[in-house]
Design a protein around this ligand. Structure first.
Ligand SMILES: NC(=O)c1ccc[n+]([C@@H]2O[C@H](COP(=O)([O-])OP(=O)(O)OC[C@H]3O[C@@H](n4cnc5c(N)ncnc54)[C@H](OP(=O)(O)O)[C@@H]3O)[C@@H](O)[C@H]2O)c1
Length: 266
């Protein structure tokens, strides 16, 4: 990719996206720059050849594609800061609840915007990103943004009206998976199994189960059935989980996640 890419906010997500770009050789390090109001955050970027710039103006001038990698509550300030220089630049939001209308209110209707919802496994190149093309961003420009996220994992195109709900599916869901893993480890330790052994076994079980979902072509209900012999151990476990409302708890958590995303966007 020949475009220059800038990140406002040199935090976890900027680091994860940059890792993917450099690991996959999508663009050279000197095509990347970060700006953050803590220049102390620059060291880990600069040691990989990514420039930390002193002002937001320098960042916007440098970049063709600008990632707004700050928290939703900082968007208003950042959009005000970039507004005088941002004409013609591709703007990528990665924040929960920020809509294209919100950005256009501050940058004007001609702003070229993509909305992304990545997740933290992007750090290891195993991310899942939901991505939305907003008019007037062209297909060619959108493809460039998509290539950035594809360097860090899987990308799915979504319409804007689903971008809040998808946070509950992939943006926030690593936390539910870790909570599940934590519960399994606690259950293992209670039964006398070493914590490190339990962690290794459940982690590989999650990887293997995820591969069954992506690669086997078998639907979740059938995958569950394949582990559940009649009168066996899995059914005993599942009965207890159903009795505790496991599925409903997950669905309710997702509803709360989407409700909060919509609140943040107001
Ligand atoms: N982490 C996730 O799992 C995840 C998943 C999907 C999307 N996201 C989204 O990604 C975005 C970034 O998340 P993150 O975890 O990378 O955040 P982070 O680690 O806190 O990084 C954001 C950085 O931007 C700085 N900053 C804030 N306002 C600024 C401004 N006006 N100008 C320059 N720098 C500024 C912050 O400084 P201060 O600390 O002083 O504010 C911080 O250093 C968020 O909108 C989040 O919703 C995160």
């Amino acid at each position: 990719m020949t475009e220059k890419i800038g990140f406002i906010g040199a935090g976890n997500m900027a680091g994860a996206i940059i890792n993917g770009l450099l690991r996959q050789g999508v663009c050279p390090a000197d095509h990347l720059a970060v700006y953050d109001h803590h220049s102390t955050h620059y060291a880990r970027f600069e040691e990989r050849g990514v420039c930390g710039v002193e002002t937001v103006r320098q960042l916007v001038k440098f970049a063709d594609i600008i990632f707004l990698s700050v928290k939703p509550q900082n968007y208003d300030e950042v959009l005000q800061n970039i507004c005088p220089f941002a004409e013609g630049k591709i703007i990528v939001s990665i924040a929960a609840g920020i809509s294209s209308a919100y950005i256009k209110e501050r940058l004007g209707d001609a702003a070229k915007i993509a909305l992304a919802m990545p997740n933290t496994p992007l750090l290891l190149g195993e991310g899942a990103t939901a991505l939305c093309q907003c008019s007037p961003l062209t297909d060619v420009e959108y493809a460039k943004v998509k290539a950035v996220f594809a360097a860090g994992g899987v990308v799915q195109d979504l319409p804007e009206e689903q971008m809040a709900a998808v946070i509950s599916v992939s943006g926030s869901s690593p936390a539910y998976v870790y909570l599940f893993a934590k519960a399994v480890i606690a259950g293992a330790v209670e039964q006398g199994i070493d914590v490190a052994v339990a962690k290794a076994l459940i982690a590989q079980t999650l990887i293997g189960s995820a591969k069954m979902l992506t690669d086997s072509g078998i639907e979740p209900d059938e995958l569950i059935r394949m582990v559940s012999s009649k009168g066996g151990t899995t059914i005993a476990a599942l009965d207890a989980l159903y009795a505790h409302g496991f599925e409903q708890a997950v669905i309710d958590g997702m509803r709360q996640c989407t409700r909060r995303a919509k609140e943040l966007g107001k």
